[in-house]
Design a protein. Structure first.
Length: 255
C-alpha cells in the first residue's frame, strides 16, 4: 500500500512538471504572438520577436530579437533593435487581470535615427502610438476600435534601458557616419495604481522617454559635428592665408 502511494505521488509530480512545462511553452508563444499582434496595431510599423522564455516557478525570463520597423517613407531597415532583454514577473499575477512585472532590463538596444530634429522615424512611431492610445490629444472617437477579448493590465516596478547606441542616418551630416551613445533610461512605478496600465500606455511612456533621450543625443551630436566643420574651415582658411603670404614673400625677395 505504501509503495503504491509513493508511485502515485511520483506520477503526480511528473504530471505536474509536464503540465508546468506545457503551460510555460504555451505562455511563451502567447506572449510572442501578443507582441507581434498588438505591436503593429500601436506603432503602425512591423514588430517582430524571435523568442520569449518565461519560468512560471521563478518568474524570471528573457526576450530575444525584438525588431521595430520603420514607418512608410523611411529607408533604413529598422528603427529599433533589441538583441536581448531580461524581465522578472510575479508568478502569481500571471493569471490575474493585472500582471505585475518587477523589472525589465533592456540591454544595448540599437536605434537608427533617420530624418532630422523636426521630423524623424522615432518621433513618427511615437505619434502613431499616441494616436492609438489617445495620448496625443485625440478625442475618444479618434481611437481605433479595441481588439476583441479582455485587455490585460500591467504594473512595471522598474524599467531600465542601458548601453544603447544611436546610429544617425541624416542628410545634415553630409554623408558622415556617426554613432552616439543613448543615455541610460530608468522608469519606475508604471501602473502601480489599482487599475494598472494598458499595453498601449506602457508602450507610449517608454517610447516617449526613448524619443526624448534620442533627440537630445542627436542634437548634441549635430552641434559637435557643426563645431568640427567650423574648426576645419577655420584651419583651412589659416592654411590658405599662410600659403598666400609665403608666395607673396617669395615674389618680394625676387624683386
Amino acid at each position: 500500500m505504501k509503495k503504491t502511494l509513493i508511485r502515485v505521488g511520483l506520477v503526480l509530480v511528473v504530471l505536474i512538471v509536464i503540465a508546468l512545462v506545457a503551460v510555460s511553452l504555451s505562455l511563451d508563444k502567447i506572449i510572442k504572438r501578443g507582441v507581434e499582434t498588438v505591436g503593429p496595431q500601436l506603432t503602425q510599423v512591423e514588430v517582430k520577436l524571435d523568442g520569449v522564455s518565461l519560468s512560471l516557478l521563478s518568474g524570471g525570463g528573457s526576450i530575444k530579437g525584438l525588431l521595430v520597423g520603420n514607418p512608410q517613407g523611411y529607408k533604413t531597415p529598422s528603427a529599433i533593435r533589441v538583441d536581448r532583454a531580461s524581465l522578472s514577473v510575479q508568478p502569481s499575477s500571471l493569471l490575474s487581470d493585472k500582471i505585475v512585472i518587477k523589472s525589465i532590463n533592456v540591454q544595448a538596444p540599437e536605434i537608427t535615427f533617420e530624418g532630422d530634429l523636426k521630423g524623424n522615424n522615432i518621433s513618427k512611431i511615437l505619434e502613431n502610438v499616441e494616436a492609438a492610445t489617445g495620448g496625443g490629444g485625440e478625442t475618444p472617437a479618434a481611437k481605433p476600435a479595441p481588439t476583441s477579448g479582455p485587455s490585460k493590465k500591467f504594473q512595471v516596478d522598474d524599467f531600465v534601458i542601458t548601453g544603447g547606441k544611436i546610429k544617425l542616418s541624416t542628410g545634415l551630416l553630409a554623408g558622415k557616419a556617426v554613432t552616439v551613445p543613448l543615455p541610460d533610461i530608468h522608469l519606475t512605478g508604471l501602473g502601480t495604481g489599482p487599475e494598472g496600465i494598458t499595453a498601449g500606455d506602457l508602450t507610449r511612456k517608454v517610447l516617449n522617454a526613448v524619443n526624448k533621450e534620442t533627440l537630445a543625443a542627436v542634437k548634441d551630436a549635430l552641434a559637435k559635428v557643426g563645431k568640427e566643420a567650423v574648426t576645419a574651415v577655420g584651419d583651412a582658411s589659416k592654411e590658405a592665408e599662410t600659403t598666400v603670404k609665403g608666395v607673396t614673400d617669395l615674389f618680394k625677395k625676387k624683386n
